[in-house]
Design a protein around this ligand. Sequence first.
Ligand code: PRX
Length: 632
Amino acid sequence: MIRINNQDEYQHYYTQALNEPNEFWSEVASSFTWRKPWTSVSTGDFENLDIKWFNGAELNITENCLDRHLKTQPHKTAIIFEPNNPDSATRTFTYKELHTEVCRAANMLKQQNVKKGDVVCFYMSMIPELLIGVLACARIGAVHSVVFGGFSSKALSDRINDCKAKVLITNDSGFRGTKEVLLKNICDKALETSPSISTVIIKKHSGSPVNLKSNRDFWWDELTNKITSSDCLPEVMQAEDPLFILYTSGSTGKPKGLLHTTAGYMVFAQYSFENVFQMKSDNDIFWCTADIGWITGHSYITYGPLLAGVTQVMFEGVPNWPDAGRFWQTIDKHKVTHFYTAPTAIRALEACDINLVKKQNLSSLKVLGSVGEPINVEAWDWYNKNVGHKNCPIVDTWWQTETGGIMISPLAGITNTIPCFAMSPLPGVQLKLMDAQGQVVEENGVEGNLVITAPWPSIARTIYGDHNRYKDVYFSDYKGTYFTGDGAKRDDNGFYRIIGRVDDVMNVSGHRIGTAEVEDALNQHPQVVESAVVGYPHNIKGQGIYAYIICLNKCEGEALKTELLDTVTQQIGAFAKPDKIQVVSGLPKTRSGKIMRRILRKVANNDTSDLGDTSTLLNPEIVEEVMKRNTL
Ligand code: PRX
């Protein structure tokens, strides 16, 4: 492993990774447990897209997350589970205990006839069995596909069908604050249209009643109780064997199942975790508040911290229950040193009673992190002052589901930060900015589209089942480079600030949602003839969702609104509900029939002073109506 300790070393390794990438990555990968060494560090490029890292190597990622720590620190706490209700008991797992649980779950999966290469879908609360189940898959070479528990039955079914998952693992129901989510019921509904699932395994968690379908549904506890062996030999995996599929939204079409493979993902997860967060003491405690249903929970709950052998908190609940001091109370309760959360949570808590944060001690904190969306100056300052007591470096980490790990970020305590700047790429990450003409912008003090010019170990290798789409979405805008979909600013000193998406992807409370997905959902309502959805700035969520719809008949305000919101909740999930809906008689279109989103965005942003050139519109008269902004 390479651990960067100061700015000189950063420069040294950045240059080495650029000029001698094989030497650099070999050294990073040297500390892992390999069953067989690689024959080549990296092959493939962004032209042929047959990217391979550590090819020829054999390994199992769980051997690196668990077994290797058993030799040195079997009794170190791996997971401190903080349940939704603060009065419920905390559960902890040492590395040894976690190893045992994972092995038992892996044996259970084997007994259910899950084999290497089979896809296992998870639709669960943030409880230890989610993490244990995911690792159990990796132990036996099954591919995990975790679906965030906030998705609807329709969205779950679509994802199961896309990857043809064989087994679905869930829990009876889960609580988020006071709200009960009936996960098993939602699974039952999803399975009406998902025939590939032959087995459902249910972890009893809330105790709420569920329907069990015979020969299909089994209790997790009953199955694991029958397992006598607490060891399970790890399946020997090839470096490029699939590790997981994770769905994310794009600017067009249905969600994409990004496929991550084993060795490169593993190496980058630990490398980025250790260097960005700089956990130094054995007593340091990490807490990432993300859900394992998103990439942050994959790389910086499930894999990164366990690979690094640290202690971490896993949290089931929500930031504002029992009150908006829950994060701060939990930091004190478990003496968290490294805290990683999203700007949307910071903004929401900033809007609450300041005494909730002031009354907590928070003196254990050493490093703060931010992820998922651009952080605004007010939130950055508030986080720095009230949570970090101006004593904790803030690492604003930019990355994506596709990148597998953090790409641009300060290194805690090493990089001098500028508020809201992700600063510099990690050694091994090569960035460029492109202008509107598709030319590289070399100078500083500019904005442009962010691209990555060379493969890195944890890049998603394909979109599951659709390699052409993968080529098209990421590598066709700028030939030979990976286009991130984000815009960024590079300041006069070469430091990066991420501006946000430049495509039709919204970032709503840190959730990545395609405008096309919400439009498709709205169009399912029988009254909707056509819809157009754009994002607009929102104080707490970062972006809100603004939907313009054309209706068939006379539209009834509140009733229609409720129905439309229900439709989106059913098609995607409640987190994708539009904040504003405006009924219009037409949408501004070009003569070729394309919706002019630029105008809709400006209106939604309440910035109509300069709508730009509207002369090419087929129906310019509609602009005036749209500008009325009379939402339901
Ligand atoms: O727009 C960027 C934004 O989140 C997008 C990726 O979303 P997702 O794949 O869901 O992964 C989120 C967690 C890694 C990016 O294209 N984004 C992520 N981190 C930042 C960010 N925008 C600004 N600053 C960040 N630190």
